[in-house]
Design a protein. Structure first.
Length: 267
């Protein structure tokens, strides 16, 4: 059958099949995660709540080995003890269990979901576009996972440190609510995964001639201001966390300018 002359309702039916495949992949990934809840929660979700988290240990080594300040381990600690996390709802832990596994299923199945999306639009691509589309698939997967890792290993520890160490008085104790903690982890990780896809969005917007290399270069200063606002919105607003998020955003914007300048060469 000639794909270019496929009726509209056939496109809808084909899209429905791909959506069903994506949904099944998410459900399967979700079930896998639900069957490994000890690893998912004890080792991953609650990893940044422990003093021996890898980011904290690396920070200790950097502070004690390279700063040359002669400080002791305890004086540069992110967390002086493991976070105290409490559940205050009857079905709070069950709801968190299902919701977290669902989000984890979306993240775990993302490469396959994007692959299904690519299969849907593949018939409309030219031969050259089909050849380099596999590199787009690899790039999108890499950027998304890079954002996930950045959010989990870099952003989350600094956000937790800020919430743990900030005090309005010595009287209140920082005992974190389970839903707030999970929301912080999921929001930080997932939002950074999406933000790291920025070069991919720029590539397609350039191909659609909605933006150009000259537009991105001309309004670079304005973009930096917007990125500063985004970084402040994602983080609690402290300078250190904002800078941590702002740096990769600036790098991604520069990469996007480069991609935009070369995307027109690919036709």
């Amino acid at each position: 059958m000639n794909e270019s002359k496929m009726p509209f309702w056939k496109h809808i039916d084909e899209l429905r099949k791909h959506i069903i495949h994506c949904f099944c992949a998410i459900i399967v990934s979700m079930i896998i995660l639900m069957n490994n809840r000890n690893i998912i929660f004890d080792c991953i979700i609650f990893g940044p709540a422990k003093t021996d988290f890898i980011t904290y240990r690396i920070f200790y080594k950097i502070a004690n080995s390279f700063l040359g300040l002669g400080v002791h381990l305890n004086s540069v600690s992110f967390l002086y003890k493991n976070l105290e996390i409490q559940n205050r709802q009857i079905f709070g832990q069950f709801n968190i269990y299902v919701w977290t596994c669902f989000i984890g299923g979306v993240i775990l199945s993302f490469p396959y979901v994007f692959y299904e999306f690519w299969k849907f639009i593949k018939p409309a691509l030219s031969d050259k576009e089909k050849k380099y589309s596999i590199w787009i698939l690899i790039m999108v997967t890499f950027l998304f996972l890079l954002g996930i890792f950045f959010g989990y290993f870099i952003l989350c520890p600094f956000l937790i440190h800020f919430g743990y160490s900030f005090r309005i008085s010595s009287i209140p104790k920082n005992i974190f609510d389970l839903s707030d903690y999970i929301s912080l982890i999921v929001h930080s990780v997932f939002s950074m995964g999406i933000i790291f896809l920025f070069p991919f969005f720029i590539f397609f917007l350039t191909k659609m001639e909605l933006i150009s290399y000259f537009f991105l270069k001309k309004y670079r200063k304005h973009a930096f201001l917007i990125m500063l606002v985004i970084a402040s919105a994602i983080t609690p607003g402290d300078i250190l966390s904002t800078i941590i998020v702002l740096i990769p955003l600036i790098i991604l914007y520069q990469v996007s300018i480069y991609i935009s300048s070369h995307s027109k060469k690919v036709s």
